[in-house]
Design a protein around this ligand. Sequence first.
Ligand code: AMP
Length: 141
Amino acid sequence: MPDYDNDNIFAKIIRGELPAHKVFEDDNTLAFLDIMPRADGHALVIPKAPSRNVLDIEIADLCAVMATVQMIARAGLKAFQAQGAIIQQFNEAEGGQVVFHTHFHVIPRRAGVELKPPAAIKEDEAVLARNAERLRAALQD
Ligand code: AMP
């Protein structure tokens, strides 16, 4: 497996070198919206510590990420009147991974609303900003 690349997009978001619609942050994890969402509220949850994916992540970082995944999934149901959620994660290019910093997709699922195709349609910034606010508000409840 290749080494971790410090210049991947999500490492730059962690360092504040690239913008993101952040919805939650603690000492070990960060959650922000996917810019090409498959549904409203599609979020990515990442560890702040470097790792490529589940194959090389430290178990403590994985546990921290999963706690945040659960929190964001629950908030997604509230914020978007969803009945379910997809939690999705890819490992290495052969496993469908494109950005090589560990991340979990958290996608709220509403009855009767089709998923958009993966990483295909860039969402409007205003829509992303509004959806991030909805998720942040749901996290306060
Ligand atoms: P994958 O590695 O296959 O899980 O795909 C990477 C995901 O990151 C895709 O869903 C992209 O839409 C998303 N993505 C890529 N660049 C950014 C970015 N700058 N901010 C938020 N999401 C991104």
